[in-house]
Design a protein around this ligand. Structure first.
Ligand code: MSP
Length: 608
């Protein structure tokens, strides 16, 4: 449905603004006269030129609507931001990671009404469900924000006052289509005809399919039209501001069209569940303006915030790109605040090829699935199968097949083989023998390594850079594909040299056996280190089994196969970790026939 976006601003909403001329060019002088507002206009302005600290990193998820329980798509947004956060920590950044819930607006007010609950306790209950899910799934957030918190209200009021004092908010009236489900204004070209469940003709949003209503009311307008060329300059000058590139192009395309001013408040008599406009209790601040400011609230706004604000990165789903790549930067430009460093966009999960919805009964519960497939299992699946550029279909059977193949058999099997007491009775990190595996340049020296073994070393030496590139650009599936390919190569290496057939009584065979195991454990150490942002528990288990200490788990400590490069290896001779348990238990196929259960089957044993 993204294609409908290009015409988003084509047809203007019917806007009559009595104050347009009056407020134009009114920069930094307050048009407000009340005592309250005067006090609030003592703002701390930020320059967009603030130098940024390249070692700080502030990542955010969208804040989640509390009108319904979390589903798998929400977990995907959170897991995506989480892996970026963990990855930056591994790279030695000073980080902050915010998530939370979006609790104001008409749709929440209506959901609370429908549940016969007061909105505050309704929000608290659902917000708690999101928090519980994120804690259960190891989402390593540092801040959990709720828009009903006082600190957020102060930030929103302040932000509003700054915008108004600079003349970017003016009183006008709005007439046009509004979708409550999307909390979004729509142009005529974004609206189509449909029938509701009782066969009545209704208007719907072509993009989301949600019902829209005609809205006509006096409210406050934001001068979006003033920011068109600045937004274009920003995007053209920062080709990586919106990623993947496909979405960057979409935003630039939107900016070819006119950007009409839009309404940033609602009348309190229609919507009371929100933050009142400072100095005008008859109006409530538009829920998207309110929600977007959460990112600033967490950074400390309106007090000291520039340290974090200058390194902010947002993760968003494609459905909310317009709000983050057009409205939000325009608000920030109006407030003279720096723009986000990156907007990472992801596509959606469908189920059975369809959008998840209660009425279709195809909503996938992420908590139940992460209990069934384990937290790391769900994280691995979502990040391995999720493609930011296109939608993906969720299927339980696919989860089981993928996890059994890549985590149980391939990775778990490799660890199991190379640490088994049958091959490694002393349970120490084995020694590498350069004569058995000579460097390529050691001309004439005959070792036992084959050409494919050298190819494998090349792949593993190159792996951290490949993974880095894909982690940075949110193409995690490509990073995991590369790791998985290397794991396969390492399994092939062991398989090729059949170490269990070597004669331990022969000192040359023994050295070669140890070398095979040393190389394999070094490979596993690299895979474990690189996988930490994706499957933190599994990676931790793997690295602990190899005897890797906490301060040896960082990206900087990777240093693959030091002995092969003539350096010291700190791991050689070290006792392996005591946990000999299975790395990832085999999962049972959903609806698997009785009798063919593989529940208790151990990870694949080495086939000799
Ligand atoms: N409250 C707004 C965001 C405000 S941010 C200032 C909102 N909330 S949401 O709960 O509807 O969506 C939160 C996130 O979940 C968005 O990134 C959205 O794209 C994502 N997803 C919702 N459904 C999804 C799928 N089916 N698949 C993947 N992600 C999806 O929008």
């Amino acid at each position: 449905m993204m294609k409908t976006y290009h015409s988003i601003f084509r047809e203007c909403m019917v806007v009559q603004s009595w104050s347009r001329r009056h407020a134009k060019g009114c920069v930094l002088s307050s048009p407000l006269s009340s005592k309250w507002n005067c006090k609030m206009v003592m703002v701390r302005c930020q320059s967009t030129e603030i130098p940024r600290d390249d070692r700080t990193y502030y990542i955010t998820t969208p804040i989640f609507y509390v009108n319904a329980s979390p589903h798998i798509g929400h977990l995907y947004s959170a897991v995506t931001a989480d892996y970026l956060h963990r990855y930056k920590l591994l790279r030695g950044f000073k980080t902050r990671f915010a998530t939370g819930t979006d609790e104001h607006g008409l749709k929440i007010q209506q959901a609370a009404d429908a549940a016969s609950q007061d909105p505050q306790s309704f929000c608290t209950e659902v917000s708690q469900r999101f928090k519980h899910l994120f804690q259960s799934c190891n989402i390593s957030y540092t801040d959990y924000i709720r828009t009903t918190e006082l600190r957020h209200r102060c930030a929103v009021e302040h932000f509003w006052t700054v915008l108004q004092s600079k003349g970017f908010i003016y009183k006008g009236n709005y007439e046009g289509w509004y979708s409550t489900q999307d909390e979004s204004f729509l142009t005529l070209s974004q609206v189509g005809d449909a029938k509701d469940s009782s066969g009545k003709a209704v208007k719907i949003s072509l993009e989301s399919g949600h019902k829209v209503e005609w809205m006509k009311e006096d409210n406050y307008m934001f001068r979006l039209s003033e920011f068109q060329s600045q937004l274009r300059d920003w995007l053209e000058g920062n080709p990586r501001a919106v990623q993947p590139e496909r979405f960057h192009r979409i935003v630039l395309q939107w900016l070819q069209e006119d950007l009409p001013d839009f309404s940033v408040s609602r009348q309190t008599k229609r919507l009371w569940w929100g933050i009142p406009v400072p100095g005008d209790p008859d109006q409530i601040i538009y829920v998207w303006l309110d929600a977007l400011v959460n990112y600033l609230t967490v950074a400390g706004y309106p007090d000291k915030h520039s340290q974090w604000w200058s390194s902010v990165h947002h993760v968003v789903g494609k459905d909310i790109l317009k709000f983050h790549a057009i409205y939000w930067p325009a608000f920030l430009l109006a407030a003279n605040l720096p723009l986000p460093q990156t907007i990472h966009v992801h596509s959606h999960w469908t189920v059975g090829g369809k959008k998840m919805s209660k009425s279709l009964g195809n909503v996938v519960d992420p908590l139940e699935r992460s209990q069934r497939f384990t937290t790391d299992g769900m994280r691995y699946f979502l990040l391995r199968q999720g493609v930011p550029d296109t939608d993906c279909d969720y299927d339980d059977d696919k989860v089981v097949k993928l996890l059994n193949a890549e985590l149980t058999d391939s990775l778990g099997g490799l660890l199991n083989r190379c640490t088994a007491t049958s091959l490694n009775p002393t349970q120490v990190y084995p020694y590498f023998c350069i004569n058995s595996f000579p460097t390529r340049c050691a001309g004439g020296q005959e070792g036992r390594a084959a050409a494919e073994d050298y190819h494998m070393l090349d792949s593993v030496y190159a792996l951290p850079a490949v993974v880095e590139q894909h982690y940075e650009s949110m193409h995690v599936y490509k990073a995991l594909e590369a790791i998985s390919g290397c794991v396969r190569q390492t399994n092939g290496f062991v398989q090729r040299h059949t170490p269990w057939k070597l004669n331990r009584a022969d000192s040359e065979d023994q050295k070669w056996l140890e070398t095979i195991l040393h190389v394999s454990l070094e490979c596993l150490r690299i895979y474990g280190t690189l996988l930490q942002p994706i499957v933190p528990e599994i990676a931790d288990k793997l690295l602990s089994r190899l005897g890797v200490k906490q301060d040896e788990k960082s990206w900087a400590a990777l240093d693959f196969l030091a002995k092969y490069q003539g350096k010291q290896c700190p791991f050689e001779g070290r006792t392996l970790g005591p946990d000999t348990g299975v790395l990832f238990n085999r999962l049972e196929r959903p609806n698997a026939e009785k009798g063919s259960s593989k529940k208790n089957k151990k990870p694949a044993k080495f086939q000799s």
